[in-house]
Design a protein around this ligand. Structure first.
Ligand SMILES: Nc1ncnc2c1ncn2[C@@H]1O[C@H](COP(=O)(O)OP(=O)(O)OP(=O)(O)O)[C@@H](O)[C@H]1O
Ligand SMILES: [Mg+2]
Length: 394
């Protein structure tokens, strides 16, 4: 009998694989004390019978926004359990990107048997209000990755959730937390912003190497066999993840390295396990500095991305025409060739695009072929379509 399956389940290195899953929320977050205090500060009112709060949490990919808010909801429900009946629902708006999908998800979470089919948003909101008042409870609604909802359905649902108690005798039915990587406030109308409160905004920073080290250490202590890793290994992984500042990346690296060690039949993770895992990491659109680009560079990149959705590469000549079309769309007068070329060079240096120089077929000279091997042009253009209007408004 072949023994090729022997190593599955041997548990040489990974003692609790689920610790490395994305759903896992540690009992204690590391290094986010100040952020936790700031968020708690926005929810001071929740201790009172009719209190309700609002918060917006923004920060780069993998900065721990979801983990922080999920931890907070679990903790606050427990903390206030003898004062108030609090419940929370977490909606990921990437999967529920329209108003009706999002409100359906909220209702389904609270009452899986609720007959919501065919009901409109208004009726569902009424059901929600009834549900909360029937057992006199308070609901914390978390809209995670809310930019997806805002782009598709606008902020109508948010506005209505914020007004849920208006024209009723009840107060303090619902608190709202919105989470997004982007400057989500740019997508909100003033009426919503003023209801959310401009100061209720927690901005999380990306992790530095030391922060990633602490997170990786915490996971490894819980999830790996004692003695299977050294501090050096954790350091190596945090160094590799430091440019992105993405906690998910460092966790993935440790998990990948642990699996490699196990597959090789070792009970110790070696540096090469980490290194071979590093090269498999996809470069992430959000770890690239797109927000820091000058606005005309963004316009140029948007033109390029739109074409790269359908084509493997664009020539520099095409890029400059595409740029002019985008400029027209945004009412901007296009810059000249020297500036375009400067932006192309900058994006090459930042590894946003790659270029290859080719002889033209007709022998008339050379041209640049621009491609985007590190990320999906559709992701980048979606991001630019939010960033550009915000930048032009400033
Ligand atoms: N301070 C921390 N302590 C322990 N684990 C953390 C901490 N911050 C993040 N993590 C872990 O890192 C991973 C990524 O964090 P999280 O999903 O919260 O990031 P995010 O900011 O929501 O990212 P995205 O913008 O992609 O949604 C998760 O597994 C999370 O549990
Ligand atoms: Mg998240």
């Amino acid at each position: 009998m072949s023994s090729y399956l022997d190593r599955i389940g041997a548990g040489l290195v990974l003692s609790q694989p689920e610790i490395f899953g994305f759903d896992y929320i540690p009992d204690e977050l590391v290094g986010r004390n100040d952020d936790q205090k700031q968020l708690a500060g926005m929810f001071i009112g929740l201790g009172h019978k009719d209190g309700a709060s609002r918060a917006v949490v923004t920060g780069p990919v993998g900065s721990g926004k979801t983990a922080l808010v999920k931890r907070f909801c679990i903790d606050i429900v427990k903390h206030l359990s003898d004062k108030r009946n609090i419940r929370s629902v977490h909606v990921n708006c990437r999967n529920a990107s329209t108003s009706s999908r999002a409100i359906q998800k909220i209702i389904q979470d609270l009452d899986p048997g609720h007959p919501d089919r065919g009901l409109g948003v208004s009726e569902l909101l009424t059901s929600l209000r009834r549900m909360m008042s029937s057992d006199n409870s308070h609901l914390i609604v978390v809209l995670d990755e809310v930019d997806h909802l805002l782009r598709k359905s606008g902020d109508d649902l948010i506005y209505r959730l914020l007004r849920i108690d208006e024209d009723t005798a009840r107060r303090g039915t619902l608190s709202l937390i919105m989470i997004s990587q982007e400057q989500v406030l740019d997508l909100l109308e003033n009426a919503v912003i003023s209801r959310m409160g401009r100061t209720n905004h927690l901005r999380m920073k990306k992790y530095d190497e030391a922060g990633l080290f602490e997170i990786a250490m915490q996971r490894s202590d819980i999830g790996l066999v004692k003695g299977s890793f050294t501090e050096e290994i954790i350091k190596l992984a945090s160094q590799a993840a430091a440019p992105s500042g993405d906690a998910r990346q460092v966790i993935e690296l440790i998990e990948g390295a642990a699996k490699r060690a196990e597959v090789s039949g070792r009970s110790q993770i070696l540096p090469e396990d980490v290194q071979s895992t590093v090269v498999t990491l996809p470069s992430n659109v959000d770890s690239l500095d797109i927000e820091g680009l000058p606005v005309h560079c963004m316009l140029l990149l948007l033109g390029i991305c739109r074409r790269l959705k359908r084509q493997e590469f664009v020539t520099s000549g095409e890029a400059s025409k595409l740029y002019q079309v985008v400029c027209e769309e945004y009412n901007q007068s296009p810059k000249g060739h020297t500036t375009i070329w400067k932006h192309i060079k900058r994006m090459m240096q930042n590894q946003i695009i790659e270029t290859r120089t080719d002889q033209l077929d007709d022998g008339r000279g050379r041209t640049q072929h621009i491609s985007m091997p590190h990320m999906l042009p559709s992701d980048v253009s979606r991001r630019l379509e939010t960033l550009i209007p915000a930048r032009l408004r400033r």
